[in-house]
Design a binder for this molecule. Structure first.
Ligand code: F6R
Length: 615
């Protein structure tokens, strides 16, 4: 979603803001802008539609004018109002207050009606503009920018991460959040604010993570924070372990490519100190995990997109291995129904970012229904709304994922879920010591197996050429491979814009087989498991309808090549935990290479954003 970066420093802030914007671009990028307070206290603003590069080009033309020590910048992902210069942030009221906003203001129409009566002129179609005018109005009866902003946020319905600056208060920036993340960075030459610590990593590794409802007054030498009840509060300063190199391309063409090839290491890091020679380390899920897992009677998993697919795989594992019933649901549906769950339900959220608005709200919904529910969050972000809201946390240690299409976050989520399944199974005696050791050994072999699967890239690259003129593709799998097929279809559609669907192979004859002809490539995942025979029959059905097929198999699957069918051996014969993780790799590579052929923006596909912090 949108990104915010701002600060107050002893240096010229413009280059720092531009650097931050580039690091935030992966979050949302249909337009961008910045505002600087000049030495003579004037607000200087520049905005551009499209990429941050367009803003940079505009700034080159006006370089001498945009200098100052205080400023705010924003990358926008349009919600209200189309992507355009006039809708880009920062917004300004009465030439004296400027504001950037992430989130959605739901009552903006009624606020706008009121403000129009008060004489405010609107220059954009955004919901955001009402906030800046409201602060201007509130300042008339407040003796500080902080107090005016405190007044205004109490009138807002919806979600926000906001940065405000005013020419009347040139020594400060106000930052506040509700439902949208904000972090304060403490540097040697200044203090900063951003929606994501990555924007500030070149300036500092010291961060304060604002909590829900917090509002901060950020000055050069002082940061003051109040909670949602206006009480003065202290929030801890944390040192980030993220390194700037982790968010650079390091010689790769794309972040997605880099992240696909980082998976062996990401999995090693995720496993580190979570397994011993023969067993899983259950306290890796939290101090109380052992006691909690023993009492579990059911697992409810809630997530979105790729993370949801990881949940679907886990359902098969949990019921098969740990013998615990499991439901999996997309968060945007879960949050708006009246779900029922048994006492003893473990509520698991899966989220790379830990900030996905629907997943956060789904967890809140569950807690409202039953306040004693035990929640576990599996996430790749140490400081996030979900980790703060959850009783137990497991960090995936995949490292920053910048490419919008999730890759290493998915496979490390699967690793985390396999540890969860093994932990619950062990505590419920559904697996014995020998079986536990077998799972742990299998997990330890994963990085090597992924490296082997990655070696198939040249072959997969050749196959990608077949998709150049295709408009649709069908992915087939059975069991956990159905979830992996869904993930493969999502990857293909989001970065190559080819319509793709996944079906459980057995469901084909109940409808989708009608679609199959030579223009509909079919990709099947065929490990040698107990469903292989059935899958092979399904492949025959497809074959006789003239489809071009690609089959990813393991060395024992022995799918017979036929005309118009390419069979690629990805791996050795695998266990039920390793197989879905390994068979994800060729699908990631396929979508990456199809996208390259189609010439799309691989890391920043159109209309998408990395961290979906609005519903
Ligand atoms: C697809 C993708 C999205 C995310 C989804 C949830 O490649 O990345 O579908 O998986 O938006 O995001 P998180 O995991 O951050 O909650």
């Amino acid at each position: 979603m949108c990104g915010i970066v701002g600060g107050i420093t002893t240096k010229n802030i413009t280059p720092l803001l531009m650097d931050g914007l580039k690091r935030l671009e992966y979050r949302g990028y249909d337009s961008s802008g910045l505002v600087i307070l000049s030495q003579d206290n004037k607000l200087l603003r520049e905005r551009a539609a499209g990429k941050v590069k367009n803003l940079e080009n505009k700034l080159k033309l006006v370089k001498s004018k945009l200098e100052g020590n205080v400023g705010l910048a924003h990358t926008r992902w349009a919600t209200h109002g189309k992507p355009s210069v006039k809708n880009a942030h920062p917004h300004i009221s009465k030439k004296s207050i400027s504001l950037v906003h992430n989130g959605i203001i739901e009552n903006y129409i009624e606020l706008k009606d009121l403000q129009m009566k008060q004489g405010y002129e609107f220059t954009s179609e955004t919901d955001t503009e009402v906030i800046v005018h409201a602060i201007d109005h509130a300042l008339k009866s407040s003796d500080s920018l902080l107090k005016a902003t405190q007044k205004v946020i109490k009138t807002l319905d919806g979600s926000y991460g906001i940065g405000v600056l005013s020419s009347k208060y040139p020594d400060q920036i106000i930052a506040t959040r509700k439902g949208s993340p904000l972090v304060i960075g403490i540097g040697d030459n200044g203090n900063y604010v951003a929606s994501d610590q990555m924007a500030l990593l070149s300036l500092t590794d010291k961060f304060i993570f604002l909590e829900e409802g917090d509002i901060a007054e950020i000055k050069l030498d002082k940061i003051t924070i109040y909670d949602l009840n206006d009480n003065l509060v202290e929030r801890p300063i944390k040192t980030s372990k993220l390194k700037i190199a982790q968010i650079d391309l390091e010689g790769n063409d794309h972040f997605m490519q880099k992240e696909i090839f980082e998976q062996p290491q990401a999995i090693r890091d995720t496993l580190e100190s979570r397994i011993t020679k023969n067993s899983v380390v259950i306290p890796a899920f939290g101090y109380d995990a052992e006691k909690i897992f023993q009492k579990i009677r059911q697992v409810q998993i809630v997530a979105c997109g790729t993370s949801y697919h990881a949940g679907l795989v886990a359902k098969y594992w949990l019921e098969d291995i740990a013998k615990v019933p499991c439901n999996v649901e997309v968060a945007s549906e879960y949050r708006y129904r009246n779900p029922i769950f048994l006492n003893g339900t473990l509520f698991v959220t899966l989220s790379q970012s830990g900030e996905t608005a629907d997943t956060v709200e789904a967890l809140k919904t569950a807690k409202k229904i039953n306040s004693s529910i035990i929640s576990l969050c599996i996430s790749n972000s140490a400081e996030s709304s979900l980790t703060r809201l959850s009783d137990l946390n497991f960090l995936t240690h995949a490292g920053p994922e910048i490419g919008v299409a999730s890759t290493k976050a998915f496979t490390t989520q699967l690793v985390a879920l396999s540890l969860l399944v093994c932990s619950i199974g062990k505590l419920k005696n559904t697996i014995n010591i020998k079986q536990e050791k077998k799972i742990v050994d299998g997990l330890r072999r994963l990085p090597g197996l992924i490296n082997n699967a990655l070696l198939q890239e040249p072959q997969i690259k050749k196959l990608a050429a077949r998709f150049k003129d295709k408009n649709s593709a069908l992915f087939l799998g059975r069991g956990t491979m159905y979830a992996i097929a869904m993930e493969g279809a999502l990857k293909l559609k989001e970065i190559s814009y080819i319509h793709a669907e996944a079906y459980p192979a057995g469901e084909l004859k109940h409808g989708p087989i009608a679609l199959i002809d030579k223009n509909m490539p079919v990709i099947a995942i065929a490990p040698n498991d107990e469903l292989l025979g059935k899958l092979k029959s399904n492949l025959q059905e497809v074959k006789s309808r003239g489809s071009q097929m690609i089959v990813f198999e393991d060395e024992d699957s022995k799918v017979q090549e036929m005309e118009a069918m390419e069979v690629i051996q990805i791996t050795s014969n695998l266990g039920r935990i390793s197989a879905p993780i390994i068979f994800t790799i060729p699908l990631q590579l396929l979508s990456y290479h199809v996208a390259l052929i189609k010439g799309t923006d691989v890391d920043k596909p159109r209309n998408l954003a990395k961290s979906v912090t609005v519903e």
